[in-house]
Design a protein around this ligand. Structure first.
Ligand SMILES: Cc1cc2nc3c(=O)[nH]c(=O)nc-3n(C[C@H](O)[C@H](O)[C@H](O)COP(=O)(O)OP(=O)(O)OC[C@H]3O[C@@H](n4cnc5c(N)ncnc54)[C@H](O)[C@@H]3O)c2cc1C
Length: 424
């Protein structure tokens, strides 16, 4: 760091670009906004007594630009219910224009578009706005970039639309097809996503026969989770009326006419259904826009424990990354994403203070995360942290997901604020 302090006033604000406005990006933007306005970060209340996070701060002029390809917050965790229930689908996408505390934050603006490239040496990024937002492509400069662009996931694990109207048009035919499936629905894939899709469908539409097929002999076979958890999961979903076919690998689906399909498995078993839902996540980090030296061979950002970029990237101390798209331990979860978003905000703010006052930055460092998971299983849920006790049942469902697959819980943690009467 040089000895000259950086000026910071209304004419020379720090320009912060946040890429991605889901759990992690919103946590980063909101908490950084709070800190720069001289307030305690809204997430700090949940960290009472941990690592002595500060309650008050020197205000810092900042312009935070949050860019997302979607025009709002999409509750990814709720996807399994979104694809089974129209009224819920309506609630699970909250346009940024309807998030009260986002509208109230004077130092955050949102851009509906995609970040297509980042030049770390020049500290610039190219933003391509969506057609709805005007379709312009422009290059913007930044003092800091926070990458929270998560993972790209296939349909029907998540919808692919960029705005709420298109999203509702995208999910409606799918919902219609599963709700009216008189011969039943096959969900393919016994990972967490497939299990939740089968369970939420059965919960929302109890009249539909739901079958879950998995190619392996054990559910959750690709997660670092113990056998007894997989066995309990199997027991619960069977109790909730889902038929489970283990060691069943999908070979082909034949159209039989009249909306019926015959599914053929490689072991010769066949099944007649009306809809097949492929719930295999095939996710990939959304980091194509970053320089190669910032990412590993799988596309994850190689963060340092303080979430800054690796030191061989030019201006690495101006760039942080957090959430599902980073190389860090632990199962990818929204709680982990929000926690990392908050730490990215805290550390970005510390660096701003260092640049403006010379006071050495006091960074929060990520700790290694043990495997932990909470799975929504319709009326039940199951929660586990490595080495701990397996918890399950309706009380666990209430605690982790309440009655809306965790939507209000996440909105509260992120601090959406109260909706106005007109928007309820
Ligand atoms: C079906 C399903 C069920 C799940 N259930 C649970 C659960 O029960 N509990 C749990 O804890 N976790 C669950 N998860 C995992 C959880 O959803 C993720 O951990 C969480 O979404 C990660 O948040 P994130 O903000 O890091 O990334 P994401 O949610 O992936 O968000 C990334 C954002 O960045 C935007 N973006 C991407 N690239 C760009 C770009 N170039 N320019 C602009 N914007 C961009 C995207 O539009 C998106 O809004 C589930 C996941 C799925 C798919």
């Amino acid at each position: 760091m040089g000895s000259t302090l950086r000026a910071n006033d209304a004419s020379a604000p720090f320009k912060v670009l946040v890429v991605g406005g889901s759990y992690c990006g919103l946590a980063a933007a909101f908490n950084l906004s709070d800190l720069c306005l001289g307030k305690a970060a809204r997430a700090a209340a949940g960290y009472e007594g941990q690592d002595a996070l500060p309650k008050e701060n020197q205000p810092i002029h900042a312009e935070i630009t949050l860019v997302d390809e979607r025009d709002g917050f999409y509750h990814v965790i709720g996807s399994p219910l979104v694809f089974a229930d129209k009224p819920y689908a309506e609630k699970a996408w909250v346009p940024y224009s309807e998030i009260p505390s986002l509208q109230a934050a004077t130092n955050i603006k949102t851009v509906h578009g995609s970040v297509t490239s980042v030049d770390m040496a020049g500290k610039t990024a190219v933003i391509k706005e969506t057609a709805l937002a005007g379709g312009a492509t422009r290059t913007v400069d930044f003092d800091f970039i926070i990458v929270a662009a998560g993972l790209r996931r296939a349909f029907p694990v998540v919808p692919q639309s960029g705005d709420k109207a298109a999203y509702l048009a995208e999910v409606s035919p799918h919902i219609e097809s599963v709700v009216t499936a008189k011969d039943g629905v096959l969900v393919v894939g016994g990972g967490a996503v497939g299990i939740e899709m089968a369970a939420e469908l059965k919960l929302a539409q109890p009249h539909v026969k739901v079958t879950l097929a998995h190619s392996r002999s054990r559910l959750l076979s690709s997660e670092p989770l113990p056998d007894h958890l997989a066995e309990k999961t199997l027991e619960i979903i069977k109790e909730n009326g889902i038929e489970v076919l283990l060691e069943h690998r999908l070979q082909e689906t034949r159209e039989l006419g009249d909306g019926a399909k015959e599914v053929v498995f490689t072991n010769g078993h066949t099944l007649r259904v009306n809809a097949v839902v492929v719930a295999i996540s095939q996710s990939k980090p959304s980091t194509d826009f970053l320089p190669a030296e910032a990412i590993n061979s799988e596309g994850y950002v190689k963060i340092q424990p303080n979430l800054f970029f690796p030191t061989d990237v030019p201006n690495y101390d101006s760039a942080l990354a957090a959430g599902d798209g980073v190389q860090w331990s632990g199962i990818k979860r929204c709680g982990r994403a929000m926690h990392q978003g908050y730490f990215a905000a805290h550390n970005c703010h510390q660096r701003m203070q260092e640049l403006t006052s010379g006071a050495p930055a006091q960074y929060q460092a990520l700790k290694e995360v043990i495997p932990m998971i909470a799975i929504a299983l319709g009326p039940d849920a199951l929660a586990y942290a490595d080495g701990g006790e397996l918890q399950y049942g309706k009380e666990i469902a209430e605690r982790f997901f309440a009655d809306d697959v965790g939507l209000k819980i996440c909105e509260n943690i992120l601090g959406f604020g109260k909706k106005t009467e007109a928007k309820v």
